[in-house]
Write a protein that binds this ligand. Structure first.
Ligand SMILES: [Ca+2]
Length: 228
């Protein structure tokens, strides 16, 4: 059962967002394909808060091969763009080895650096280093990827700032950390905004087409913003 009541959503919201210790836990050792998802709509108050935190007009500096790029240029061929500063700055890369080599020295948190370093030698590495959150353009963790670190406090980003690749494009995710889930939002005009909680606990979400959307259909290619 994917669609739950408002009460259940509120309970999960407080668990996920209220504190590290109380976050829901799933299988701790291995990534799981069991989606610990909850989807519902925001209250008007929550909606106002999210819109204030993530504006479609937000911009972010993105760099690739030492040059600043225009996100509207479709990343100039890069495949992976990773947030490397709390101000939202992204560094983009051709492949995992390049990304993890850079991040093992330059990620904004010690855990992020450690995860990238481990990924360079881990034979079971799954394309999203430990202590990071990843969102892919296609199902089954394929296509272009956005990647965010784990800060002490959650951040909300509008996916439009990484366009044209990511608004209404996200199709799979990996929450590769033990605690603190991720929330995705779909901004609607004239209707309450749906949101989707993805549980933490090294959780894999291979295909958003399998997650029911509040107003019918699925969450595939719907997300406009992320809280990580
Ligand atoms: Ca949308």
């Amino acid at each position: 059962m994917r669609l739950r009541t408002m009460a259940a959503t509120a309970a999960v919201a407080s668990l996920v967002l209220g504190g590290v210790a109380a976050a829901p836990s799933f299988a701790a050792d291995d990534p799981t394909t069991v989606p610990g998802v909850v989807t519902d709509v925001l209250t008007p108050e929550e909606e106002a808060q999210v819109h204030a935190q993530a504006d479609a007009a937000d911009t972010v500096d993105m760099y690739y091969k030492g040059e600043r790029i225009d996100p509207a240029s479709d990343w100039e061929g890069a495949q992976i763009c990773v947030e490397v500063s709390e101000d939202g700055t992204m560094q983009c890369f051709d492949n995992d080895r390049e990304a993890n080599t850079y991040l093992s020295a330059n990620a904004p948190t010690a855990e992020g650096r450690a995860g990238a370093k481990r990924a360079l030698t881990d034979r079971a590495y799954r394309d999203c280093p430990s202590n990071w959150v990843c969102l892919w353009q296609n199902s089954n963790y394929s296509g272009r990827r956005l990647q965010w670190p784990t800060y002490s406090e959650a951040k909300t980003r509008h996916l439009n700032q990484y366009s044209p690749s990511f608004r209404d494009k996200a199709s799979s995710a990996f929450i590769n950390r033990p605690q603190r889930g991720v929330e995705l939002y779909d901004f609607r005009s004239g209707l309450p905004d749906p949101h989707l909680f993805l549980g933490a606990g090294y959780s894999l979400y291979s295909n958003f087409a399998n997650i029911d959307y509040t107003y019918g259909g699925s969450w595939n290619d719907k997300a406009d913003a992320i809280k990580f």
